[in-house]
Design a protein around this ligand. Structure first.
Ligand code: NAP
Length: 418
């Protein structure tokens, strides 16, 4: 299709997908990038430089296509999320974005949520692993090596809620009390009410993605994290549908924890992925007390929000934590952190989270050699104690670098390691 205000690079090919939604990636793909708001203008170009070097060092080339959302889009298009951007992310399949600001209260709804919905990016994935030299609040951060799969489209985040004092909330309250029989549950006085939909469709496609990932990456287990003991028909259903996928769709490649103990005395078949489940509050303890026993975690939206941040805190926090949103045959990588407006444009913040988000993107493209180079080069730079302010303030004798200097140091290490 034609674009209104962005240019498709003259060189480069499109990433395609086959009938199973597997990506077919050329050696010179066109990749759309949104630098993002606030510090996005610092970390976006820094990540671009490192990812370009990783492609170059492995005999490939990325043809970047700048697209716009948030403030940059308001300047160019006078709107937050132009059709050009949505179309580019759909057409080119694999892309990366920096953070976008969401003003609190009135104004507009989160552009991040809008993007995920429009592109049906139904899973947010966050690999959480420790890099040597990164300060951590726990004693053995190297034990952390989990990947969280968070459902992105439903649960209490579906946005079905009614404000206290409105006619609508009164109507819903009356329906719940009079028609559904919960007449002595909601306290008198003002009330806000929300709905928590968890569907079989939403659950199963998420759990499938988590199991596929575990199988492909030789991971040992997938843990369904839920609060089904209390919310039986939503979180409990998530657990049950998750197990149904494991039992019915994967044959001997996947075994449930119950079967493992009933039939095999706890000894898993070689290369099989074990599917188990844990209650969410217990899981928040387990990530601290039994860190090395968990691998891939699959969960509904709210649990995923809490758990993935708690995991991220153990490996260095927001400057480090990478993520990506994935749908069928589509990836949009993005760091966990926001736009940190107070540091915007200062060439100060840590671009590692955005760089490592790019690493996830490279992995999904099947460029594992380039992805590993990115990780190793970042780690080497931190081990060399060449770091940005957030790490420097926690590490003795470290050299404080600007965002752009740090990216250059990573690129130097990357070529040395290649
Ligand atoms: P934030 O932007 O993540 O920043 C909070 C703090 O985290 C910063 O003040 C800084 O801590 C640290 N930090 C974040 N990114 C860092 C980096 N790259 N390097 C080093 N330190 C970093 O969170 P926020 O202030 O709550 O949110 C600001 C805006 O971003 C909001 O509009 C929010 O809605 C939006 N947001 C967007 C996304 C997204 O686009 N996916 C995600 C989250 C939030 P110190 O001050 O201690 O150094």
């Amino acid at each position: 299709m034609g674009y209104d205000k962005v240019e498709v690079p003259a060189e480069g090919e499109k990433v395609a997908v086959d009938e199973d939604d597997e990506l077919i990636v050329p050696d010179d793909p066109v990749i759309p990038i949104i630098h993002g708001d606030g510090i996005g203008t610092d970390v976006g170009p820094a990540a671009q430089k490192v990812l370009q070097a990783a492609a170059d060092a492995t005999g490939r080339e990325i043809n970047w296509m700048r697209v716009y959302a948030g403030e940059s889009a308001r300047e160019k298009y006078d709107e937050n999320l132009p059709e050009d951007t949505i179309e580019a992310l759909k057409e080119f399949k694999v892309s990366i974005k920096g953070p976008l600001t969401t003003p609190v209260g009135a104004g507009f709804r989160s552009l991040n949520v809008a993007l995920r919905k429009k592109l049906d990016l139904y899973t947010n994935i966050r690999p959480t692993y420790h890099l040597d030299g990164v300060p951590s609040p726990v004693k053995q951060p190297e034990q952390m090596d989990m990947v969280t799969f968070r459902e992105n489209t439903e649960d209490v985040y579906a946005g079905i809620e009614w404000e206290a004092g409105t006619d609508e909330v009164q109507e819903v309250k009356e329906f719940v009390e009079e028609q559904m029989g919960y007449d002595d549950v909601i306290h008198d006085g003002e009330v806000g009410i929300g709905v928590k939909p968890i569907t079989e469709f939403g659950t199963k496609r998420l759990v499938r993605q988590a199991i596929d990932y575990a199988l492909e990456k030789d991971r040992d287990s997938v843990t369904l994290v839920h609060k089904g003991n209390i919310m039986k028909f939503t979180e409990g259903a998530f657990r049950d549908w998750g197990y149904e996928v494991a039992r019915e769709e994967y044959g001997e490649e996947v075994i449930t924890e119950d079967t493992l103990w009933e039939e095999r005395d706890g000894e898993p078949p070689e290369d099989a992925v074990v599917v188990n489940d844990r209650i969410a509050d217990n899981m928040l303890q387990q990530i601290l007390t039994r860190t090395d026993q968990y691998d891939v975690l699959a969960m509904p939206n709210l649990n995923g929000d809490y758990l993935s941040d708690a995991c991220g805190a153990q490996i260095g926090g927001l400057g480090i934590a990478p993520g990506a949103n994935i749908g069928d045959g589509r990836v949009l990588a993005e760091p966990v952190h926001g736009s940190a407006p107070k540091y915007a444009g200062q060439d100060k913040v840590n671009p590692t989270a955005m760089i490592l988000s790019g690493r996830i993107m490279l992995e999904f493209m099947g460029w594992d050699d380039a992805a590993d180079l990115v990780r190793d080069a970042v780690e080497q730079t931190i081990v060399d104690r060449k770091v940005t302010y957030d790490i420097e303030r926690q590490v003795e004798d470290a050299e404080k670098l600007a965002t752009s200097e740090y990216a250059e140091a990573v690129v130097d290490n990357l070529y040395d390691l290649a």
